[in-house]
Design a protein around this ligand. Structure first.
Ligand SMILES: Nc1ncnc2c1ncn2[C@@H]1O[C@H](COP(=O)(O)OP(=O)(O)OP(=O)(O)O)[C@@H](O)[C@H]1O
Length: 596
């Protein structure tokens, strides 16, 4: 009595309510045979194979694979099954690394993987095993994918369009090899293909239409049934007859009972997470760049953002005195005793003063953008300023007006302007304190009677002090969140599904991402701190440990967030949009762009 490796009974499956993909499907695949699954594109072949592999569940009906329920027992069976999916589904690694990865998951030793890899390279005419998969042609990649499915000598081989894009001669030798496996090792093979004629040598062909197997028999009988010597024509006529018959399926199955079906306990596969650590190596050639990116960002931010502005030009229209010796192109303060010159000398070194000969020309320099502001000093500034401070409460209104310096600033760059504003103000206060001493007044009387005593730190705060800590947080968050995108890319490429089909649990995949990304983040943060605090000369005045811990914990939280996004979304566009939103929220709420 024939034994069956795969039996499907009353299989029903739909993705959307009311649109059946598998509709009461029956299928029997005898052990040690090649079974060809033929049908129009979109008729449900891949869906059926995924159900057989336990990757998708039937809505109703039964499937038995090697005598077991694939959904519940796939962990026990992964080493007995080889699957070549329709998509290439290979990681961007060297061919031998891919063999190593899947071979180890299948329980092969390093020696066995090497020997088998070499054997398959000869049979499938593969490129040098040190070639990167991404550099191969479509047909070459497909052969590597087939080699992965064959690597561990599986009992059941499921091949979804294995010979697409492979030249006829090589296709012939692949089928010869597979026929040899069936003959010598009793392997069972299920194949989908669009090359109808290559099914002539198969033991059985199942014709799928509208979610059912409408005919299942050996090629000779199907040719007779279709009344043609050409298989393609015979299949067409069988499908046509099915349509005319109002979809009643041909029932070639002698029995629909599945004799050797049994349930089993779920035993978690002893999967080694180390196997998945290669994820870090996916970056391989640009690993150094990945590790250095946050540090490079740090340097760029340090040298471009929030620095004390240097060399900002402020125009001066001074009616009181010519402090520049008439030289407007190379402003160089001459020694001059007029008070306006003494005031201008006190303005900080970061500001370049540019003399102008009229108020209008000074204003024009600001409007044209060549100066950030202008200072207007009245004609009798010296005399009226002395009166203002010497006469104090007896000073006239004219003294007060004519000793007032008018400053107009371009407020569109508020951060730079705050420095310029502060430099001019501090310059004036220094000037007036000196003046008070010279005219015999206690300088404290002209000081602003407010003393700022920094509570946390005695050094002067710049806007870099304000946003660099927040920038560390948002940089850590941004670079770690990217793992969500990697997970989605794995989904899109089909490599995740293939890894899961090799018995790996999704929680192990997530854990491997978490471990590898955490290690990457740790190195990134060390480099970022090293460059930020050693090279850029930036100091931490509080606890270094706390600062480092906050950065690392932010990265860990971001990796968790990225994995959550990668789990929820299946398309890179969706995960990218969600990540951009998350980063924006972090940047805006971390205080980098606003008040904390
Ligand atoms: N995850 C999914 N969600 C929704 N619909 C799906 C999904 N996967 C497949 N389908 C739909 O199910 C139908 C059958 O798809 P399936 O991939 O099984 O066809 P196929 O026979 O393998 O096609 P092909 O020969 O072109 O590979 C198609 O209409 C497809 O759009």
């Amino acid at each position: 009595m024939a034994s069956y490796s795969v039996c499907v009974s009353s299989g029903c499956k739909s993705y959307h309510a009311g649109v059946p993909i598998l509709a009461n499907l029956y299928m029997q695949v005898e052990t040690g045979t090649i079974y060809g699954l033929l049908g129009a594109s979109g008729c449900g072949k891949t869906t059926l194979l995924n159900c057989i592999l336990g990757q998708k569940r039937l809505d109703s009906g039964y499937i038995s694979v090697l005598g077991r329920d694939p959904v519940k027992c796939m962990d026990d069976m992964v080493t007995s099954i080889g699957h070549m999916p329709q998509d290439i589904a290979l990681y961007p690694l060297k061919i031998f690394e891919i063999f190593e990865y899947f071979g180890k998951l299948m329980g092969l030793s390093k020696h066995e993987i090497l020997a088998r890899g070499e054997e398959l390279r000869n049979i499938l005419k593969l490129e040098d095993l040190h070639s990167y998969v991404q550099t191969l042609s479509g047909g070459q990649k497909r052969r590597v994918s087939l080699a992965v499915a064959l690597l561990h000598h599986p009992k059941l081989l499921i091949l979804d369009e294995p010979t697409t894009g492979v030249d006829p001669l090589l296709r012939e030798s692949i089928w010869q090899y597979i026929a040899g496996l069936v003959f010598k090792m009793g392997t069972t093979v299920i194949v989908t293909t669009h090359y109808t004629e290559e099914c002539r040598k198969f033991d059985k062909i199942g014709i799928m239409r509208r979610g059912r197997i409408i005919a299942e028999d050996n090629p000779r009988h199907l040719l007779e049934l279709g009344g043609s010597l050409i298989l393609e024509d015979a299949l067409k006529s069988i499908c046509k007859k099915d349509e005319e018959d109002g979809n009643d399926a041909y029932d070639f199955l002698s029995t629909k009972t599945i004799s050797n079906y049994q349930y089993c306990e779920i035993e978690p596969l002893q999967e080694d997470i180390k196997q998945l650590s290669f994820r870090v190596r996916q970056y391989d050639s640009y690993l150094a760049l990945v590790l250095l990116l946050p540090a490079m960002n740090t340097v760029i931010v340090y040298y471009t953002m929030g620095r004390v502005p240097f060399g900002k030009v402020v125009s001066v229209f001074n009616e009181n005195a010519d402090c520049f010796g008439g030289n407007t192109n190379f402003p160089h303060m001459e020694v001059n005793t007029s008070l306006s010159c003494l005031f201008l000398k006190e303005i900080g070194p970061n500001i370049i003063l540019q003399p102008q000969f009229s108020r209008n020309s000074a204003k024009a320099t600001v409007e044209s953008g060549s100066a950030i502001g202008f200072i207007h000093i009245p004609a009798n500034f010296t005399r009226h300023t002395i009166n203002r401070y010497a006469l104090a409460r007896f000073a006239l209104g004219q003294d007060l007006d004519q000793s007032t310096v008018h400053v107009s600033l371009d407020m569109s760059d508020s951060i730079t302007i705050s420095y310029v504003y502060s430099d001019i103000l501090k310059g004036y206060l220094r000037f007036v304190e000196n003046l008070a001493s010279r005219i015999g007044i206690d300088p404290r009387t002209v000081e602003i009677p407010l003393k700022y005593n920094a509570k946390l730190d005695s050094h002067e705060f710049t806007s870099q002090d304000h946003f660099l800590p927040s920038n560390i947080v948002s940089t850590c968050f941004l670079f770690s969140l990217i793992c969500g995108l990697s997970l989605t890319l794995e989904k899109e490429a089909g490599t995740l599904e293939r890894t899961l089909a090799s018995g790996v649990k999704i929680r192990h995949v997530r854990m491997s991402y978490f471990i590898s990304e955490s290690a990457t983040s740790l190195i990134q943060i060390v480099l970022m701190f090293a460059i930020r605090f050693l090279t850029a000369g930036y100091n931490i005045t509080g606890s270094f440990f706390l600062c480092f811990s906050i950065a690392f914990l932010t990265s860990l939280a971001s990796i968790g967030c990225g994995l959550l996004l990668g789990t929820i979304f299946s398309k890179r566009f969706d995960v990218t949009m969600a990540s951009v939103f998350a980063v924006l929220m972090i940047v805006q709420t971390s205080g980098e762009c606003s008040n904390r």
